[in-house]
Design a protein around this ligand. Structure first.
Ligand SMILES: Cc1ncc(COP(=O)(O)O)c(C=O)c1O
Ligand SMILES: N[C@@H](CCCC[NH3+])C(=O)O
Length: 419
């Protein structure tokens, strides 16, 4: 059930009218539905109920807001983090360190050190070099770090090139042809408990065949490692399941993904770990923005809204589609370009888009903005950092303040020689 629905011609998030939030918090503003987050978490877990032992780690990068993480912690999720900053967020949300998986291709020694001290549950090792460093750091403290070797299976996930991670020339993981030897060397190090493998081939995956191919390669590697005498208790299959961004799109469902995983992993006898991000957070959020003005263009009008590419970078970065809807539709349609105020032509959310007619002062909502939205926001053009609101039934709360340019200016200074 969609928790963003029209009631009497006004778009609501659960039981809160979006204009109410826009009036009290201002625009642009991200609005998340707690009920949707919980529903997605439960649907995903349920989809994997055919797998006997599972661990769910929400990909913090998709939406690191503390309140969002708290909801997922409540749903029994741990976290997949890629920096110590994300690890601190997961811990601050109350997630046990043991439920946190530390991924990422460039973990610094300082990050590894802090994460080992914190008792992070699993390090997904992206290289032999990283594994050696982690083992040394842990051993010097008289501790043992738990690791899984991330394997690059050389499978094309068929997604946007910029978010594809499993091809041989992507920077992630160790080449599959070298994985056995690297595993053996790392497993022998004092300070290292290497318990399994990890794989993640990309994001916004819309066809499960590449996942099947990648998981099959991992299964074969598990068998080979066991034949060599290694103990494999955990395999992390990453995240990446895509979500519909436009009405009418059909994508693999969590249930189809779950059935594939149950089938492929049936004889693995491991705890299967997952790192879903977008599939949990994507359709849990919208970005609400106000129309500043509608200006005439050569072909179509330009609808200039108060959100920009600094608030929602996906269209500019990946030519991504986000549905744009009027919060209070008037029943008319038009074809327009929806743009932000930033001085770049890439600050375009929609081109030649047939959409609800809107006028100056109207509110619009960008749908499917809960993943890789606020988390990728910045302050380009000295714009404020966009705020976030969580709705729960008829309640709502600001869960991230708008950071005004003055706050950022206060962190800058002119050096003595220029005074
Ligand atoms: C290692 C890792 N795990 C999980 C994710 C989450 O991906 P998604 O949000 O597509 O589920 C990503 C991002 O692609 C990732 O790099
Ligand atoms: N930022 C990307 C996803 C990156 C996934 C990172 N592992 C997007 O918005 O689609």
């Amino acid at each position: 059930m969609d928790h963003f629905q029209y009631r009497d011609g006004v778009l609501f998030a659960e039981d809160v009218a979006l204009p109410t939030i826009a009036e009290t918090v201002g625009t642009p503003v991200y609005v998340y539905s707690e009920a949707t987050l919980r529903r997605h978490a439960r649907v995903f877990r349920e989809a994997l109920s055919g797998v006997p032992r599972t661990h769910f780690a929400f990909a913090v990068k998709s939406n690191p807001n503390l309140a969002v993480l708290r909801v997922l912690k409540d749903e029994g999720f741990g976290a997949d983090v890629v920096s110590i900053g994300e690890a601190r967020r997961a811990l601050a949300a109350g997630m046990p360190a043991a439920d946190i998986v530390f991924s990422g291709v460039g973990k610094t020694d300082a990050e590894l050190d802090e994460a080992v001290e914190a008792g992070i549950g699993q390090f997904n090792l992206e290289s032999e070099e990283e594994g050696i460093e982690l083992a040394r750091i842990a051993h010097e403290k008289g501790l043992t770090a738990t690791g899984a070797l991330r394997v690059n299976p050389d499978v094309d996930a068929g997604t946007h090139d910029k978010i594809s991670t499993g091809k041989a020339d992507n920077k992630f993981g160790v080449p599959i042809f070298a994985a056995k030897e690297i595993f053996a060397r790392l497993a022998a190090l004092p300070g290292m408990n290497l318990r399994g493998l990890a794989v993640h081939i990309g994001s916004q995956i819309t066809n499960l065949d590449p996942s099947r191919a990648a998981f099959g390669k991992i299964g074969a590697l598990v068998a080979e490692l066991r034949a060599d005498g290694h103990t494999i208790t955990h395999v992390d299959l990453g995240g990446g399941l895509g979500v519909p961004y436009r009405a009418g799109e059909t994508l693999p469902t969590p249930a189809e993904y779950g059935a594939l995983v149950a089938e492929v992993t049936a004889d693995w006898d491991v705890t299967v770990m997952f790192e879903p991000g977008r599939v949990i957070s994507g359709n849990s959020g919208v970005l609400v923005s106000q129309v500043i003005r509608v200006k005439r263009g050569a072909n179509h009008p330009f609808i200039v809204v108060d959100a920009a590419m600094n608030d929602l970078a996906r269209p500019a970065m990946y030519d991504a589609w986000h549905d744009v809807v009027a919060v209070e539709p008037k029943g008319e349609r038009l074809t327009a370009n929806v743009v932000g105020p930033i001085c770049e032509s890439s600050d375009t959310f929609a081109k030649n888009r047939e959409m609800d007619a809107v006028e100056t002062g109207d509110l619009v909502a960008f749908r499917t903005a809960g993943a890789y939205g606020a988390t990728m926001a910045n302050t380009y053009n000295s714009r404020p950092l966009v705020p976030e609101v969580l709705v729960s039934g008829d309640r709502y709360a600001v869960v991230a303040n708008r950071i005004e340019p003055a706050t950022i200016l206060a962190a800058e200074q002119v050096p003595d020689w220029l005074k």
